[in-house]
Design a protein around this ligand. Structure first.
Ligand code: UD2
Ligand code: MN
Length: 353
């Protein structure tokens, strides 16, 4: 066998080329999508043919007197696939409410003719993005209803003008959400990302944390890098606690998503990813917010994750709750999470020597 290979150097070249191609495919498209592509587990989606997410939705929640006798099916029968999304004109809250008559106070919904099989909390970190929030709510409520989930949308609002801290807000969101229900799945959701296919189920993977926003228009519908975990992700409460939640120490833009990806690995888990032809999202175009400037300490912090993750997270979370309020479309948590610590700059450090 060995001799035969040696006789044919072309064999080795072909092997190397095919391995390289495979690795490149894995990198660009994500492992699950490559394997599903090869083994044909998912249909191809045609995103040039889309449907309104509200199509026939009211037909499926018709009878307020209906007696529930069984669980909803594992796979909802009312999914439509690729959705028509337009993010240019944010709808009014009134319009969203009228379109979502079966959503209850606090942004809670439970299917009316069957017991929701999955309990999902969607947690959105937020400050000064009201128009993005309206657009997201307009698309997300019917999206989750089509999936026949028992769900609530939580918006965690950072009070004050201190530097924004996405990951800490998500920790607060989880702690608060767990007061309301025994969730199967906690979804961390950027306010500006709108899912494009309702087969992208907002349900957790039993085994590993799941990255849902694998393909965003802003990255030309491919992964920016192999360990990317930003945007929208889904963890069971157990998985969340196993990684000690998210870091509290990333103030400003960037790094916290990579820290989370690292925690997952350090705690002995892998991540799963929605296949790229399904995990598609449109990001509402925006500039960098004031108060969320690039975090210049993020590389340093990331270098220390393996030392710190057990002490920085849910077990060190402190915040001052300002209010909990059930609005018609979501539960609003307003919180003071404090301010970024003053980090020594290089110049200051040298003064000690
Ligand atoms: C990327 C990631 C995001 C996060 C961030 C770095 C994508 C699509 N998302 O987002 O998950 O890792 O980089 O921190 O790549 N927000 C507010 N008000 C603010 C600032 C932020 O509500 O003033 C929230 C909001 O939910 C927003 C999220 O924080 O979607 C992330 O901030 P961003 O959208 O400004 O950053 P972006 O798009 O680079
Ligand atoms: Mn964004």
């Amino acid at each position: 066998m060995f001799l035969a290979r040696k006789d044919k150097p072309c064999f080795l070249v072909c092997l190397a080329v095919s391995q390289l191609t495979f690795i490149l495919l894995l990198y660009r498209r994500g492992a699950s999508s490559v394997f599903q592509g090869i083994f044909g587990a998912y249909p191809g989606w045609d995103y040039s043919k889309t449907q309104d997410v509200y199509t026939n939705l009211s037909l499926f929640v018709p009878d307020s007197e209906a007696v529930k006798t069984q669980y909803c099916p594992v796979k909802s029968p009312i999914l439509v696939g690729p959705l028509t999304i337009s993010v240019t004109k944010p709808p009014s809250l009134k319009k969203i409410q009228l379109k979502n008559r079966y959503v209850q106070s606090g942004g809670y919904f439970s299917p009316r003719h069957c017991f929701g099989r999955y309990r999902t909390a969607v947690i959105i970190p937020h400050r000064n993005r009201e128009s993005h929030l309206r657009t997201l709510l307009y698309y997300l409520h019917p999206f989750l209803q089509r999936q026949q989930l028992h769900y609530t949308i939580f918006v965690v609002h950072q009070a004050g003008n201190a530097t924004f801290n996405r990951a800490k807000l998500l920790n607060v969101g989880v702690r608060e959400a767990l007061r309301y229900d025994d969730w199967d799945c906690l979804i961390s959701h950027d306010v500006d990302l709108v899912p494009e296919n309702d087969y992208n189920l907002y349900v957790c993977d039993d085994l590993y944390p799941k990255h849902l926003s694998s393909a965003m228009d802003k990255f030309q519908y491919s992964l920016p890098y192999w360990t990317y975990f930003g945007g929208v992700s889904a963890l069971t409460p157990d998985q969340f606690m196993k990684i000690n939640g998210f870091p509290n120490t990333y103030w400003g833009w960037g790094g916290e998503d990579d820290d989370i990806a690292l925690r997952i690995r350090l705690s002995g888990m892998s991540m799963t990813r929605t296949p790229l032809n399904l995990g598609r999202y449109k990001m509402i175009p925006h500039d960098r917010d004031s108060g969320n400037e690039e975090n210049s300490h993020r590389h340093n912090l990331l270098r220390n994750t393996r030392l710190n993750w057990r002490d920085d997270g849910m077990n060190s979370l402190d915040f001052h709750l300002i209010s909990r309020e059930k609005t018609l479309l979501y539960t609003n948590i307003t919180v003071d999470i404090g301010d970024a610590p003053v980090m020594p700059t290089k110049a200051r450090r040298w003064q000690f020597f």
